[in-house]
Design a protein around this ligand. Structure first.
Ligand code: IVH
Length: 665
């Protein structure tokens, strides 16, 4: 037997033992045998590095250290799910589907509380693991994914496939890690989800390997490509390939069976070894799913039932006020620490003056707190039976807690505002919003760092972010920052200059203006100048843009300071154009595999790729039976001949432009 054959043999054995242990939970060999083989493979790889396979089980221990994660555009966007919170809403979800003329069977699954992952396999080998990111662009975390033993490195069939699922951490492992951290005097993780997401985004994959993450796979994006007609068959198919599929899924004949499943899950939830935050309900029939389609954010054929918010009581120790980026003052409850929904809560929102007065909440009260999913915890009400002493009534502050300016309260609003546009708190908050994930998505500029840089004077306003490089040496000398982290930050800042218009528009923090509105406006107006010059009439004529928002946009662009700032950003090289990043599924492209050959005169290859992926299609490198369409430009290569040989559909430039011409200029 050659060395390579022996290495392949060990790889196969280790994969088999690994699968039996971590996926089937039925080990067939002693740990010592597994370790012995691993050692043998490690030493062979050391002697013959050129023979090491990309999917070697030795990568499970974590080998690679990266300086930053590469950003990857998902082949199909990773959508999230709509939510329902009670029986009424579950029935309505079913009724909406019935109204479309279907009478579906559902599959119910546990909603695992972790983070979503997309796994790409080529020829049966794991080639890439990507986080969800903002749904369109995620991060390449392949080396960390390889350390998760329940994720197969090699499948039982040599196929090309993408699957999606959830990475999570077991409750026991969460306790173990926090106990260790406590001993070491380190900050504790708040809950399993935070721990899992912190662990997969470690730059050193050895750290990830130590965290013993786990996974369940629950979604096959293109089942029809594999002749699979139902979601339950997709689950079985993925399980047969070697993926860990949660066994607690159930096919439900009607919505009553769905409700019964939810009731059962609510009962056994606390006994599960992992956290779940609800139940996912999916239409089983794939063609029915396709006909039902998607809204902008989520599939219409699935929804997530979320367990009710957990409520606990604790003492309200103090009320402190914070100033938001619009100057809005929020009263925050300072609480005696209490555990709720897997996290320790020390602070909760009290919304505004009216909320506190109407509920007669007073400092010193025992209050009821609730937390639902990602929502900021809130104080629900005081427990009046437990108010044993006389407590002073709440009174609202009248000056900004940061700059001392007298607060104002507009007639039709419940909120107080600090009117000083130069208030330090407002400025720092504006920067925090600008760099946030849904806005310019600058990694490495967290809330605390911004506040520190702001206090040191390195950051003053939005454009100052792009001048941070001037302070490179100073930044590196700050405690907790190394050369690498500053380098990464500056790269992330430079990268953000290329963002499409909607990210910048959202980042500006225009009042009442959400992420979705930014996308609508960017798509309609295409450039910042067009948005700037838009009239009120034209803005309100846009679907989803109402009177308040249109006025707010007009007000924003009337302000000389804002215009000056935008000019500065432009001169710093920030992109001000819409790059067509929104994915709108187009049936002529969606879920089809395209191959490009030759030169298309109207656009670059990258532009064409983007056009195809933005319509839900995929571009691959070589022509095979699986290719749906070959796009042929001037002077095509051998791919053209192959396409003819295999009888694959061919589009020339004219045909292509006919299909995209209406939306491409
Ligand atoms: S299906 C298009 N199934 O919940 C369908 N998601 O709130 C995509 N999640 O982003 C999702 N368990 O991260 C699905 N059994 C399950 C799930 C699940 C957890 C997560 C997932 C998703 C989020 C939506």
């Amino acid at each position: 037997m050659s060395v390579k054959q022996r290495m392949d043999e060990i790889e196969k054995l280790l994969n088999k033992y690994n699968y039996e242990y971590y996926v089937l939970d039925k080990p067939s060999v002693e740990d010592s045998e597994y370790d012995r083989l691993m050692q043998e493979l490690l030493s062979l790889e050391e002697q013959y590095p050129e023979l090491k396979s990309n999917t070697s089980p030795t990568s499970r221990v974590g080998s690679e250290v990266v300086t930053a994660f590469e950003k990857i555009v998902h082949q199909r966007p990773m959508l999230s799910l709509g939510n329902v919170f009670n029986e009424d809403e579950i029935v309505k979800f079913d009724e909406r589907i019935k109204k479309e003329g279907f009478n579906p069977e559902y599959v119910c699954e546990l909603k695992i509380d972790g983070l979503a992952i997309s796994l790409i396999y080529e020829n049966g080998k794991l080639v890439r693991g990507v986080t969800r990111g903002d749904g369109r662009i995620g991060e390449n975390i392949t080396s960390n994914v390889k350390t998760i033993h329940s994720i197969p490195l090699t499948l039982s069939k040599n196929i090309d496939i993408e699957v999606r699922g959830e990475i999570y951490i077991d409750k026991k492992e969460f306790v173990r890690i926090n106990e260790e951290r406590k001993k070491a005097g380190l900050d504790l993780f708040q809950n399993c989800r935070n721990l899992a997401s912190g662990s997969v985004r470690q730059l050193d994959s050895k750290v990830t390997a130590e965290r013993k993450l786990n996974n369940f796979i629950y979604h096959l994006p293109n089942p029809l490509d594999y002749n699979i007609n139902t979601h339950s068959d997709a689950l079985k198919f993925m399980s047969d390939l070697g993926f860990r599929v949660n066994p607690k899924y159930k096919i439900c004949k009607d919505i009553n069976e769905v409700i019964a499943y939810i009731n059962e899950a609510t009962e056994y939830r606390k006994d599960l070894p992992y956290d779940i935050d609800g139940v996912v309900i999916k239409v089983n029939d794939i063609r029915m799913q396709e006909e039902l389609g998607f809204t902008a954010r989520s599939p219409k054929w699935a929804t997530a039932y979320k367990f009710p918010a957990e409520k606990v009581t604790t003492k309200l120790v103090d009320i402190k006020f914070t100033v938001g980026r619009t100057g809005k003052i929020t009263p925050n409850a300072m609480l005696e620490p209490v555990r709720v929904a897997g996290s320790t809560i020390r602070k909760a929102t009290l919304h505004n003056e009216d909320y506190i007065i109407n509920k007669d909440i007073r400092i010193g009260d025992i209050v009821v707190i609730q937390k639902a999913g990602d929502v900021i915890p809130e104080v629900v009400k005081p427990d009046l039976d437990r108010r044993v002493e006389v407590l002073p009534k709440f009174t609202m502050i009248d000056k900004c807690p940061v700059c001392g300016t007298a607060l104002i309260r507009k007639e039709d609003e419940a909120n107080h505002y600090c009117p000083n546009s130069k208030c330090d708190a407002r400025n720092a908050q504006k920067l925090i919003h600008f760099v946030s994930r849904k806005a310019m998505n600058i990694d490495g500029l967290g809330e605390r760092i911004i506040e520190d840089y702001y206090n040191f004077g390195y950051l003053t306003d939005i454009p100052s972010i792009y001048n941070l490089k001037k302070y490179k040496n100073e930044l590196q000398s700050l405690e907790g920052f190394g050369e690498k982290s500053v380098e990464n930050l500056l790269t992330a800042i430079e990268e953000s200059k290329k963002n499409s218009l909607e990210k910048l528009l959202f980042g500006l923090g225009i009042r009442h203006f959400g992420e979705k509105n930014a996308a609508i406006i960017a798509k309609k107006y295409r450039t910042m100048d067009n948005v700037k010059n838009a009239t009120y009439e034209d803005l309100v004529a846009t679907s989803d843009i109402g009177d308040i928002m249109a006025k707010s946009i007009i007000d924003y662009f009337k302000d000389e300071n804002n215009l000056k700032m935008l000019d500065t950003l432009k001169s710093l090289g920030i992109n001000m154009d819409y790059l067509g990043s929104e994915v709108t599924l187009d049936e002529r492209f969606a879920n089809k595999k395209f191959v490009l050959t030759g030169t298309i005169s109207a656009m670059s290859r990258d532009q064409l790729k983007e056009i195809i992926t933005n319509r839900g299609g995929n571009v691959t490198g070589s022509v095979s039976e699986k290719t749906d369409v070959v796009i042929v430009g001037e002077s095509p290569g051998s791919k053209y001949d192959k396409a003819i040989e295999l009888g694959i559909e061919i589009w020339n430039e004219e045909e292509l432009m006919g299909m995209i011409g209406d939306s491409y200029e």
